[in-house]
Design a protein around this ligand. Structure first.
Ligand code: MTE
Length: 732
């Protein structure tokens, strides 16, 4: 369905003429979109200034504060009479105005009217003139809605205090936002509705997260509202495709409610550069276009931020462990098909000038290298990608409605989301409702600010405008599982074969050939038997102490992982991991390497000296610290992984060189320290009950939960706290 209305033309014209202003303003002062001739001042003008007409009031009527939006030349002359006139006119037209002089104890600006809370409530989202309050002031936000980067989300606060929402979206707690709001002040809350502290009673807002879906309890939650959670390491890459219920979740707001029965009617509007708007229902997309499947990773730019924090310094944002990444098979329609159907005309790169002798280009064709596709979700989140990526026939950008063979779950964008393989997941907008093809990037804070990275020298106040938006992701890898010593010998490693030496699992992954493993690392694995006595404690660890390590590697832009290097001694010596062949798991890989590569490694640890006190009991906390002699030589070793992609990009050695205050793109070598210990009644004492055991972080025995522990600790210590309590301010 195509519509072409004067409104759209007007939008287009506005965009043409207002673009520069809008862009600049949106970047520097995101909310300050006022006509250029209007003077904006944070200070209140003198009371005797003449008033410019308030657009929502009958001609000639103006709330006094609107005068602040007048040109400077207007702000001279006039008098108290004008103020009083404006006040009485406002009172006449707005029944909420208290028809009496302010109380003598009320020493606030007498030129401004007072409103009762009951009347303010009438100016809710359904009103043509929505108001909000902040502290004891009343604001008419009618004109702000169109310029508000979060769109009409602001209407949720209409008729009441905006403060509870600012507590959720803490980015608003900045002086420039107060300054903008100030422009819309029309009066004060009546003193009768104020407490002794001069403020109204705290507002209880309807919890906007009340309809969020119930999540799998195994997810590690960073923030509950909005929900941000990652799968535990042991689940993250257990299978090639992350199960839907364990796929990491990254929300900036609540999950929009779309009734399942009405999902087919969900509307996607597409605005072309000339202002023309086309609309498609989900049903249209599903029935009129060919569907495609692509297996692709989504990864947040903040993945492994906690690692950067621990190794390079404080970072702002959610303290993700290694799990802000997951892999799934997506089903949907190609964005390029929809844009072509909508009538987008693209300049032929082979005949760039209109006079070319081959296929002449015309004025209405756009240059794919200069344009962007802006996506907006139902709850107002927005981001964009270059048009060239959207149109790349090998780029596999989907408008997806299916995930791992199921309907897209609500947490992951039901009923429709963009999936932009190879790019930072911030561009894969969920609950997609609007697409705009524009010659500028999305003006949202998530495009212009949050998802950018900076030089280590830039400190806490980087130059946001100079940095480019993150699009394609760099190469990264992480360790997600470690098993040491008896854990390996006793067959606790899920992907190591037992007696039959199978080479494939039911899901197609390879199992390491145990004969090859024992030859390589010089030990003979024992069959699964939990009753076997532990290895006794010698003064040093044995020469063939086995270690099994697993993890994932991934690079953006569709670049394939060609090699994963593993070190068992902190990076002094290296070996190569086995890349898991997951081809059978990925019948729809798409045109490039969009999925992750899982890897496995089995090796023998370097000999380490054990703490001398072998009698200490590790179940006793007081004694345990005595056992943990940090100064003992070579007591611990560090496992390291790094990956290389097919462009020979590889990971930086440490986070110091790529440190940025946002903690974005934390891709340094991933390290996990492991330490040997002797447990109580140790094997060295000969009773067979204890023996040599290994820890990763605070976790003893088989398995590896180090990251999860540290992520939790990171959250407690600084992550969410650093962001005002909910991880929303500039977090990613
Ligand atoms: N789309 C909408 N509408 N709202 C959001 O908050 N978050 C973005 C992106 N798309 C977001 C969104 C970010 S930052 C990430 S990392 C991914 O969604 C997370 O996708 P997932 O929750 O499906 O893993």
């Amino acid at each position: 369905m195509a519509t072409r209305t004067p409104k759209h033309l007007a939008t287009s014209i506005l965009r043409q003429f207002g673009r520069r202003d809008a862009t600049e303003l949106a970047i520097c002062r995101p909310y300050r979109l006022r006509p250029r001739h209007i003077h904006i001042s944070a200070r209140r003008p003198s009371n005797d200034a003449p008033r410019v007409p308030h657009p929502k009031l009958p001609t000639g009527r103006a709330p006094p504060y609107q005068a602040r939006a007048a040109p400077l030349s207007f702000l001279v002359g006039g008098g108290v009479a004008a103020s009083l006139l404006a006040y009485s006119q406002l009172a006449e037209d707005n029944p909420g105005v208290v028809d009496r002089a302010p109380a003598s104890t009320d020493d606030r600006d007498p030129s401004l009217p007072r409103f009762r809370l009951a009347d303010i409530r009438k100016h809710d989202a359904s009103s043509s003139q929505p108001w909000v309050t902040f502290e004891d002031k009343v604001y008419d936000i009618t004109d702000w809605i169109a310029a508000h980067p979060g769109g009409d989300v602001i209407l949720r606060a209409a008729g009441a205090s905006i403060e509870p929402y600012w507590n959720i979206f803490t980015i608003h707690k900045a002086p420039h936002v107060r300054e903008i709001l100030q422009q819309y002040q029309i009066g004060f809350i009546d003193a009768a509705d104020l407490g002794p502290d001069g403020l109204p009673a705290a507002e209880t807002v309807e919890d906007p997260f009340v309809n969020d879906p119930i999540r799998d309890p195994r997810l590690i939650t960073h923030t509950a509202k909005p929900r941000n959670a990652e799968p535990p390491n042991e689940e993250l890459d257990r299978t090639f495709k992350t199960p839907n219920e364990l796929f990491y979740v990254r929300h900036h707001m609540w999950v929009p409610v779309v009734e399942e029965a009405k999902a087919g009617e969900h509307l996607l509007s597409i605005e072309l550069p000339d202002g023309e708007i086309k609309q498609y229902t989900l049903e249209d997309l599903k029935t009129k276009f060919p569907t495609h499947k692509v297996t692709a990773v989504l990864q947040c730019s903040g993945n492994r931020r906690n690692d950067m924090t621990r190794h390079a310094g404080k970072t702002n944002g959610l303290q993700w462990g290694v799990g802000a990444i997951s892999n799934a098979e997506w089903e949907g329609v190609r964005l390029s098909d929809i844009l072509a159907d909508a009538g987008l005309k693209v300049r032929d790169a082979a005949s760039p000038t209109p006079n070319s002798s081959q296929i002449p280009n015309t004025e209405d064709q756009v240059d794919a290298n200069a344009f962007h596709v802006q996506f907006t979700g139902l709850e107002a989140y927005g981001a964009s990608i270059p048009l060239a990526k959207a149109l790349d026939p090998r780029g596999d950008v989907l408008l997806a409605f299916g995930m791992n063979g199921e309907t897209l779950p609500r947490d992951h964008g039901f009923p429709l989301r963009a999936v932009v393989p190879g790019h930072v997941a911030a561009r894969s907008v969920k609950w997609l409702s609007k697409i705009v093809v524009s010659d500028e990037e999305s003006t949202s804070q998530w495009q212009r600010r949050d998802y950018k990275s900076f030089g280590p020298n830039e400190g806490a106040n980087p130059n946001w405008d100079r940095a480019v938006s993150i699009q394609e992701m760099p190469v990264t890898s992480a360790i997600t599982g470690v098993w040491v010593g008896d854990c390996v010998r006793r067959g606790r490693v899920p992907w190591m074969g037992t007696s039959d030496n199978s080479t494939t699992t039911p899901n197609g992954s390879r199992i390491l050939d145990m004969a090859a493993v024992s030859k390589k690392v010089g030990f003979t694995p024992k069959p699964t038997d939990t009753n076997l006595p532990a290895t006794p404690c010698p003064p040093t660890t044995p020469a063939d102490e086995p270690v099994a390590v697993q993890g994932y590697a991934y690079s953006g832009g569709g670049r394939a992982i060609t090699r994963v290097d593993v070190s068992l001694d902190g990076g002094k010596t290296w070996d190569q991991a086995e890349l898991v062949n997951d081809r059978a798991e990925s019948p729809h890989p798409g045109n490039k390497a969009w999925a992750w590569t899982r890897w496995r490694y089995v090796g023998a640890l370097p000999i380490l000296t054990l703490p001398t006190d072998t009698t200490c009991d590790t179940t006793n906390t007081a004694e345990r610290s005595g056992c943990h002699d940090r100064k003992a030589p070579k007591q611990c070793t560090t496992l390291v992984v790094k990956a290389t992609d097919d462009a020979y990009n590889t990971q930086p050695e440490n986070h110091r060189g790529i440190y940025n205050v946002r903690g974005n793109l934390a891709t340094a070598w991933h390290r996990v320290k492991i330490c040997p210990r002797c447990t109580g009644g140790g094997g060295a004492a000969g009773d067979g009950k204890g023996g040599l055991t290994w820890s990763t972080g605070e976790t003893f025995g088989c398995g590896f939960r180090k990251e999860a522990e540290e992520v939790r600790e990171g959250m407690r210590r600084q992550g969410v706290v650093a962001n005002g309590g909910n991880g929303n301010e500039g977090s990613n």
